[in-house]
Design a protein around this ligand. Structure first.
Ligand SMILES: C[S@@+](CC[C@H](N)C(=O)[O-])C[C@H]1O[C@@H](n2cnc3c(N)ncnc32)[C@H](O)[C@@H]1O
Length: 336
């Protein structure tokens, strides 16, 4: 590959290399060349350090590439805005871009694919929207698809990031909830998406049945495929609205209300679906200061449903924004 370089005497090479590195100007993936009594240090642009400069061909080297950022050619002023991380779903990278980076999104995508050749698609994540929580995505590099197969806790999931919700960031929370399921339980997962809670519980625990439902027909198609692919026989799929499904399947022992922006609206339905006692996993996107208020609302809804709250625990699943957390409330209740 052709690149600009700084030609320095060997005794100054280390000093200049460090200076270039500090300024993020050294092309770390290109091999440094010795040419007679000069050392040629490849740079991302022409750099004037008082040494001769030269444009020439360099071999790709074996320098440790720690990030896609080491491979991208972008104006230096924008480097601090490059995202430090992105999600990986199967062989698809999903990245959020600040607006100043958007004009360079193809360069970002190409750098990610070069950084990790196992990735075949790079999608820009333009946020989750609408009642079905579908992500708006735009292909910025690689194959033109948003479908892939993702492995989580040893189980395989078909996902279609353009048509049904899926986030790999909730893997640990799904495991936490699944681990708490007891033998013979009847579990309801009314916001099941493509099935990562329901199938994990059915395959790794010994429930009587896990009712999995969703209002998005595309999610239901994937859920069916995933239950079959993982031979999750104890998953009973019920397409449709959570309220109707919860009414039809009652009584259950546990309800997972994984619709963080509006789960509280469904709490009366979840409580009504429980038998003599049970647990609801309720999620919310909240400022820390709102959490106590949410607990008060939960207690009041339980009271209104004729239930006694035996235990109420909360934990942060992950930071959602600089001031908000995705918070889990585990509510254990019994008929009063
Ligand atoms: C945040 S996603 C969670 C998906 C899944 N639990 C997971 O971990 O990937 C919420 C899901 O609820 C579904 N949904 C939204 N409103 C619904 C409703 N009223 N009844 C049933 N499903 C609904 C959406 O289609 C979406 O798949």
């Amino acid at each position: 590959m052709r690149a600009w370089s700084v030609a320095v005497p060997p005794e100054r090479a280390e000093e200049v290399r460090r200076k270039l590195l500090a300024g993020d100007l050294l092309m770390k993936r290109l091999r440094i060349v010795r040419d007679g009594d000069r050392i040629l240090l490849p740079t991302s642009r022409r750099v004037d350090l008082g040494f001769p400069t030269e444009e020439r061909a360099f071999e790709e080297g074996f320098a440790a590439v720690r990030s896609y950022k080491d491979l991208i050619v972008i104006p230096d002023a924008l480097r601090p805005s490059l995202p430090s991380s992105f999600d990986v779903v199967g062989d698809v990278a999903v990245i959020r871009l600040p607006k100043e980076i958007r004009p360079f999104r193809s360069a970002v995508g190409a750098a990610i694919l070069r950084w990790n050749p196992r990735l075949r698609v790079v999608l820009e994540d333009r946020g989750v929207a609408g009642p079905n929580r579908v992500r708006r995505v735009e292909g910025i590099a690689g194959e033109a698809r948003a479908t892939t197969v993702h492995v989580e806790h040893g189980l395989r999931y078909r996902v279609d990031l353009a048509h049904a919700y899926f986030s790999p960031r909730l893997a640990a929370e799904r495991k936490r909830v699944a681990d708490s399921v007891g033998d013979g339980e009847t579990v309801a997962d009314p916001f099941a998406g493509v099935g990562p809670y329901a199938i994990l519980i059915a395959k790794r625990r010994r429930p009587r049945v896990v009712y999995a439902s969703d209002a998005n027909p595309m999610a239901i198609d994937l859920l069916r495929a995933n239950a079959a692919m993982n031979r999750a026989d104890r998953v009973d799929i019920r397409p449709g609205d959570a309220r109707i499904v919860l009414r039809d399947i009652a009584p259950v022992d546990r309800v997972i209300l994984d619709l963080p922006h509006s789960a509280l609206d469904f709490l009366p339905d979840a409580f009504a679906a429980l038998g003599r006692a049970g647990i609801v996993h309720l999620y919310g996107i909240l400022e820390s200061a709102e959490e106590a208020e949410r607990e008060t609302a939960v207690r009041s809804i339980a009271h209104g449903a004729g239930l006694e709250v035996k235990d109420l625990r909360r934990r942060h699943v992950r930071a959602y924004s600089p001031s908000q957390f995705h918070t889990a409330f585990d509510v254990t209740v019994a008929r009063a």
